[in-house]
Design a protein around this ligand. Sequence first.
Ligand code: NDP
Length: 397
Amino acid sequence: MKKGILIIGAGGVSRVATVKCAMNIDTFEKITLASRTISKCESIRDDILKNQNVEISVASVDADSVDDLVILIEKVNPKLVLNVALPYQDLTIMDACTKCGVDYVDTANYEHPDVAKFEYKEQWARNEQFKDAGIMGLLGSGFDPGVTGVFCAYAQQNLFDEIHYIDIMDCNAGDHGYPFATNFNPEINLREVSANGRYWENGEWIETKPLEIRVDHDYPEVGVKPSYLLYHEELESLSKNIKGLKRIRFFMTFGDSYIQHMNCLQNVGMLGIEPVMHKGVEIIPIEFLTTLLPDPSSLGPRTVGKTNIGCIIEGIKDGKPKKVYIYNICDHQECYKETGAQAVSYTTGVPAMIGSKLLYKGIWKNKGVFNIEEFDAKPFMDELMQQGLPWKILELE
Ligand code: NDP
């Protein structure tokens, strides 16, 4: 009989998700952690045994290969696969899950390594395949995408008759002391931030230049921070799934030092994804840059400050205008003390565990491929309160 969770990927997000799954071992029964570099899995396994006295198994796998994944999944025979490797591996892991008849959860939409395109198209196209296999795929169970979609669904289901405007506000006010570093995988982060911005209004996408639109937003318990409009993948699913919506946008904070470095690196071609020849060897500039930058999973001990990520939602309730701000605040050092990782990994890894838990227990159950806002938000909101990501709702004017 299928039993346990198989977690793929062993970076910062995986560390948090695996620690949190171990805290919920009564639900998950058995945990296997597999990744390309097995020593990273072993390090997480050893910490969990030492700190939590929970035993987990480890394995190595090349998640770019459906065949290798199928061999591993058949051997482990889990009830659920949690993909916290990179977006490049989404399709291979989804296809392996279909072949093995196992439910699937991830935290980021598929990206092709050679094309900087962020869309759910190829994952949504696997809906029929998942239905035929009688399995469920839950897409985007991190924070953004993830909790932001749950906040919107909760508002739609409990607070509003109609929602017209959503602004997702993502602030990381943490300081790691480096002039330039990224809080999650550098390659994925820089591809996202250096791309053109885009938002959705009245049924159309409006494109902006990278970081063209800036607002100075007052984040509760953090303060005023410059915030830049970006395209973010949850805009694609929320603009479909929140009925009556007129506009949805996404803003993220960046410090001056981050922007100066990013502009400079972009100007000299270091963010390029096309191969270039260097002394007779083909290299991809952004991959080389990733090798030079600090590993995000090493930022934990040195990052201080807080994150505040939330949604400002405006609409109508009982015939009257209504506006709320739903958000979570997370402290980098508290996250580090609990899991050995900073708050960006924490705010992604905890919801990855929660989405997995709701599927594992059959609280969220269906056949096909779904985004997170398509389910009853209440059980997820309750788990957030209990698992370390408490939220608040402010009524705005
Ligand atoms: P890391 O780079 O720290 O970790 C990625 C892990 O995946 C590494 O252990 C890496 O192995 C492994 N991996 C990469 N390629 C393969 C492969 N072919 N086969 C097996 N394992 C592989 O990334 P993060 O932990 O920072 O991010 C993990 C995911 O979370 C990403 O998809 C990211 O986009 C997503 N994310 C989502 C957020 C959200 O809010 N929704 C926010 C932040 C991140 P190796 O060590 O050998 O390279």
